[in-house]
Structures are given as structure tokens and as C-alpha cells.
Design a protein around this ligand. Structure first.
Ligand SMILES: Nc1ncnc2c1ncn2[C@@H]1O[C@H](COP(=O)(O)OP(=O)(O)OP(=O)(O)O)[C@@H](O)[C@H]1O
Length: 596
């Protein structure tokens, strides 16, 4: 076997080794991916294919404290060495496709095109999107939403091709693909690899592709092959010569050598459970037959230009990022009809339940009914706002982290766009709830008070969503965020101003009443309702409260309403700030590649 000669236009790698603590994953792999040729990284499951691709891209996860990743080796791009912690400027298509489900294929591409090429005008953007749709055979589904597990959208193959098209925008020189055909039927897999091959051949790109069990037709489309087993190199060279090479080392399948190369090669480098010793010996033989890699050519001036071509695109202005992100967030929120319908039903049903139970009058007993109802409204609004966000936001956060790796936008415009796009929906749902519950239960019918009620419930809802975002942003996973949600709501209810006298609570918790959205929400709603109300003193039993102000005095609540809405606004601002800070700090961390 001959290792492919390394020339200056390659992405070359030398002696790549990787271990997680004591567990060795890759051992001294060398090879190169060449411009205009399609490289397959193939091997049995768990042989280290993805780890090798991550190593080339400079995206090996740091690992855990107990088993940190130890990565060594060298990478050369166009003849020049890459820095130990340099992320390769490549289109990296991971196994998992992450998309906003309610955007169409064209909108998804257009969003990326406009962010990654801010220097171009609308006509050039449209041409670029059109070109990508054509080259990835996506024209037929350009107006279909991408979809996800819950919403029907494009097919698996179209989704994967969209993933490649998106990645091609940010760094067009090198394309790395991790098992792009997994989960696709043979026709879709063939179409996809054909599209990728066109990229390599017609656009002269460097393309490396991890592939697990390709059909013979798919295998035949690859020019070069990097065959691995147990983290060791079994073969590196032209794909068409691999079978003959393994046969030349003495390996032959007993059932004849008629099987296709792909099946033959995988069989040859896999450990046979019935003959473990024999197969390990055979694999050792393949590993020792790999010659040392040839020397690298010097980088030339032309290759310097090729390196420049591979550099990351500049970002769009903050204002442009915000505008595009706002439009996408709005589309995502309003097109998610299922979630919207659930929220509408929740609001209507809650309002009807309150309306069928509470009938407020001007009697003494109705004073406490009012306090009770307004407390429930505050608790319910906080509950719905926080729970909805905690359920939805962690998934979106994953997507955002992936998009930020392509340097599409920064955190602040993203966050502001998301927060602002949700305000009209929160206001709409609060108004729907208020419009039903307010007249049904008999709250003070003064128009100014009704409007103030709607404003207060909207503010409580937005503040709760911001708290939900802060909890999700701080939590490592959706499960952690969901686990934190109940105790946080319970604490807010305990410290809502009427369930415990703050003087009797542990001193270390004295800050909690100030942070309870439930408390400030209830106080705002109560000040709004009780101020100026008069109550009858007919049912004389105990102390009579003949005015709303004296009722508020029972709980040491005093107007004006801004005494409660200001703290709510402060909590909202603090949660936004906290979320932004956490999101900024949650970029993926990758291992450095030390010299071999
Ligand atoms: N963070 C990690 N800590 C410890 N071991 C890991 C870690 N990541 C991967 N591994 C191990 O490294 C080995 C190679 O994994 P890798 O995903 O690179 O293999 P693969 O050939 O791509 O497998 P597959 O085809 O099944 O996706 C596996 O045994 C895997 O369990």
C-alpha cells in the first residue's frame, strides 16, 4: 500500500492520538484529505471515526475532570501547520441536525446567507440561496418547513442536505461530514453522497466523510479511504485499491472474495466474536503493514491564497443580526400552532374555572376572596410563564450554541430578539385571560383598573418567562432546569407576603421576598383592585374593613402600584442580564492538540 503523497493543498494530519484518561481512542493516525477528492473515514462502530474527524476539526470535547481528553498530533493545512487549539475553518456537518422547526428550507438558508454575507445585496443573496438549493437538490422542498420529531417537515435526506448547504455558507473550502448517510434509505444515501462528490469535484473542495456501512454504490463514489479499527490505521490510500491491499497481506474471506469491497473491508477489520484471538492478530497485521507517512511539501505562495479562501467570514452588524433574529423568532413563535393552541386553551380554561367559582361583591367576606383570587392569578401566571419557557428554551439553547460556532451572530442581539418577539404573544394571552376572567368574577369594572390589570398580568408573565430563561441558561441540561422549577415556584409562593411573616423566616432567606415574582405580582394586582373600593359593614363580625386601603393595610401593602411593578421590572432586567451572561459563558470547550 502507498500512503497518498501529501501535497500543499491538502489537509494533512500526522500521528493523531487521543485518550480519555487511561482509555486510548486513537493511536498515531496519519493521512490527508485532498482538494477535489472525496475521502471516506470507515471502520467498525466505536473504532474512532468521529473522534478522528473531531481531531481534524479541532473540536475534540475537553472531556470530564476524571477522564480529560489527551490529544496529540499535528495538522497541516495547505502545507502550513495549524495551531494546537485552532478550530479548523471548515463546514462541519455533525450527526445531529439542529434546526428551528418552523422555518422553511428557503428561510433557513436565507437567514444564514444574509448573516454570513452581509456585504452582498438582496439579488446576490437570492442567487446564493438558489445556487445552494440547486447544488443540494433542495428546490422541490424549498417552501416546506424543516420540522422536527413533533412537526412533520422535510425528509431525512433533505434535512441532511440542508445541513450541508447551511454549513457550506460559513466556510466553503473544507467540508467534514460525520455519518451523513445514517438513517437514510439507500436511494437517499446515494443522492447525498453524489451531491457531496460534486462539491469535491466541481468546486475543488477538501471533503472528508465518516461513513459506517456504505452500500457498494456509495463506497465506489469515494476516491480515498482511511480505514480504522480500534483507533489504529488499517489502510490509507485510494479506495479502489484497499481490497487488493488487504488481500495482499494474506487475508481472504472464506466465502469467496466475490463480496463488494465495502463489506469485505469492514469484515476484515472487525473483531469476530467467535475467533477473537485470530481476528485481533489479523488486525495487528494490517496495522503493522501501514508505512510511515511521506514528507510534506513546502507551502507555496499560491497555497497562501488557498488558506485565505478558507478563513471565516466577517459577521453582520449588530443591528442586522437583531433584525434577522427578531424576524426568525417571531416566525417561530407564531407558526408553532400546536403550542399556541395549548396556551390559548390553558388561559381560557383557567379564566372560566375562576369565573365559575368566584362571584365578588362588596361584602366583608369578599375582601378575602379577592385577595385569594388575585394571589391565584399571580401564581398561575408565574407557573405558566416559567414552565413554558423551561420546557422550550433548553432545546433552543443547543441550537444557538451550534449556530454561534459558525460565528453567525452574537449573544446579545439573539437574546434581545428572542425576548422582544415574545412580548406581543404574552400580552395577547394575558389580555385574553383578563377579558374573560375580569367581568366573570366581578372585579372593579372601572376601565382604568381593567387596563392596569391587563398590564400587570402581562408584566408578571414576561418577568416569569425571563426567570425561566435564567434558570434554563444556568442549568446544564433541560432535566436540571425542570428539577429546579418546582422548588423555585414553591419558594416564591411561601414568600408571597402572606404565607409567612418575614421576621419568622430564617435570616439567610431574607432576600427571597424581594425576588418573589408571585409576591410582587399579587401586590400589584391587589393595589390596583383595592385602591378606592368601599365595602359594606353589614355582616359585622370582628374587625370591619370598610375601604380597600384598610384591607391592603392588613398585609402592610401600600400604593401606588409602581411600588410593586418596579421590583417586577427589576427582576425582569436581572433575569435577562443573568441569562445573557450565562449564554455568553456556555460555548463548547475543545481540547488542545499537543505535539506528538
Ligand atoms: N468523552 C468520551 N469519554 C470516553 N470515551 C469516549 C468519549 N467519546 C467517545 N468515547 C469512546 O471512544 C470510542 C470511539 O468513539 P467514536 O464516536 O469516535 O467512534 P465511531 O467509530 O465514530 O463510532 P460510531 O460509528 O458508533 O459512531 C468509543 O469507544 C467511545 O465510547
Amino acid at each position: 500500500m502507498l500512503l497518498l503523497p501529501l501535497c500543499a493543498a491538502d489537509l494533512a494530519f500526522r500521528n493523531i492520538s487521543l485518550a480519555y484518561g487511561p482509555k486510548s481512542i486513537l493511536s498515531g493516525l496519519s493521512g490527508s484529505a485532498k482538494e477535489g477528492r472525496l475521502l471516506a473515514i470507515m471502520g467498525p462502530s466505536g473504532s474512532g471515526k468521529t473522534s478522528l474527524l473531531n481531531s481534524l476539526a479541532g473540536r475534540v470535547p475537553e472531556g470530564k475532570k476524571k477522564a480529560p481528553s489527551l490529544l496529540s498530533g499535528e495538522r497541516y493545512l495547505a502545507g502550513s501547520p495549524l495551531l494546537p487549539d485552532e478550530a479548523l475553518s471548515a463546514a462541519y456537518v455533525k450527526q445531529e441536525d439542529l434546526f428551528f422547526p418552523h422555518q422553511t428550507v428557503q428561510e433557513t438558508l436565507s437567514f444564514r446567507v444574509r448573516l454570513s454575507h452581509p456585504e452582498l445585496g438582496p439579488k446576490a443573496h437570492a442567487d446564493l440561496v438558489g445556487g445552494l438549493l440547486e447544488s443540494m437538490s433542495l428546490e422541490g422542498c424549498k417552501d416546506t418547513i424543516v420540522g422536527d420529531a413533533r412537526t412533520r417537515g422535510v425528509s431525512g435526506g433533505e434535512r441532511k442536505r440542508l445541513s450541508i448547504a447551511c454549513q457550506l455558507l460559513s466556510a466553503p473550502g473544507i467540508v467534514l461530514l460525520d455519518e451523513p448517510t445514517s438513517g437514510l434509505d439507500s436511494y437517499q444515501a446515494e443522492r447525498l453522497v453524489k451531491a457531496v462528490k460534486r462539491l469535491a469535484e466541481e468546486e475543488n473542495k477538501i471533503v472528508a466523510c465518516v461513513i459506517h456501512q456504505p452500500s457498494q454504490v456509495v463506497f465506489d463514489m469515494f476516491d480515498d479511504l482511511c480505514l480504522v479499527s480500534g483507533g489504529r490505521l488499517m489502510y490509507f490510500g485510494p479506495a479502489a485499491e484497499a481490497k487488493a491491499h488487504l488481500q495482499s497481506t494474506g487475508y481472504a474471506r472464506s466465502e469467496t472474495n466475490q463480496v463488494g469491497s465495502a463489506e469485505f473491508l469492514l469484515d476484515a477489520v472487525s473483531v469476530d466474536s467467535e475467533d477473537k484471538e485470530g481476528s485481533l492478530k489479523r488486525i495487528d497485521g494490517f496495522a503493522s503493514s501501514v508505512p510511515p507517512p511521506p514528507p510534506l511539501e513546502e507551502a507555496s505562495e499560491a497555497d497562501g491564497a488557498s488558506q485565505k479562501r478558507l478563513a471565516l467570514r466577517p459577521r453582520a452588524s449588530i443591528f442586522r443580526q437583531f433584525r434577522l433574529l427578531l424576524a426568525r423568532s417571531w416566525r417561530e413563535a407564531t407558526r408553532n400552532k400546536g403550542t399556541l393552541a395549548i396556551k390559548v386553551v390553558q388561559q381560557v380554561m383557567t379564566a372560566l374555572i375562576y369565573g365559575s367559582i368566584y362571584q365578588l361583591k362588596d361584602t366583608q367576606s369578599s375582601i378575602f376572596d379577592r385577595f385569594g383570587l388575585l394571589s391565584l392569578v399571580s401564581i398561575g401566571t408565574v407557573n405558566l410563564g416559567m414552565a413554558g419557557t423551561i420546557r422550550a428554551f433548553p432545546k433552543e439553547r443547543k441550537l444557538i450554541i451550534a449556530e454561534q460556532e459558525s460565528a453567525l451572530f452574537s449573544t446579545i442581539p439573539y437574546f434581545m430578539a428572542k425576548a422582544i418577539s415574545e412580548i406581543p404573544l404574552s400580552a395577547g394571552l394575558s389580555c385574553l385571560f383578563g377579558a374573560i376572567v375580569y367581568p366573570l368574577v366581578g372585579l372593579d369594572p372601572a376601565p382604568a383598573k381593567f387596563i392596569s390589570f391587563l398590564q400587570s398580568t402581562t408584566l408578571i408573565s414576561i418577568a416569569s418567562q425571563s426567570a425561566g430563561m435564567a434558570i434554563s441558561s444556568m442549568s446544564k441540561s433541560a432535566d436540571v432546569a425542570l428539577a429546579l422549577f418546582p422548588p423555585i415556584v414553591v419558594l416564591q409562593i411561601i414568600f408571597d407576603g402572606k404565607n409567612i411573616n418575614p421576621a419568622n423566616a430564617p435570616r439567610v432567606l431574607s432576600f427571597l421576598p424581594k425576588m418573589s415574582i408571585v409576591r410582587w405580582g399579587w401586590e400589584a394586582l391587589s393595589i390596583n383592585e383595592f385602591t378606592g373600593l368601599k365595602f359594606s359593614s353589614k355582616e359585622r363580625r370582628g374587625r370591619v374593613l370598610d375601604t380597600g386601603e384598610s384591607a391592603l393595610d392588613q398585609f402592610s401593602i401600600r400604593g401606588p402600584i409602581s411600588r410593586a411593578t418596579k421590583p417586577l421590572a427589576k427582576i425582569l432586567g436581572a433575569c435577562w442580564g443573568l441569562s445573557i451572561a450565562c449564554l455568553m459563558g456556555t460555548s463548547s470547550r475543545y481540547a488542545r492538540m499537543s505535539p506528538p
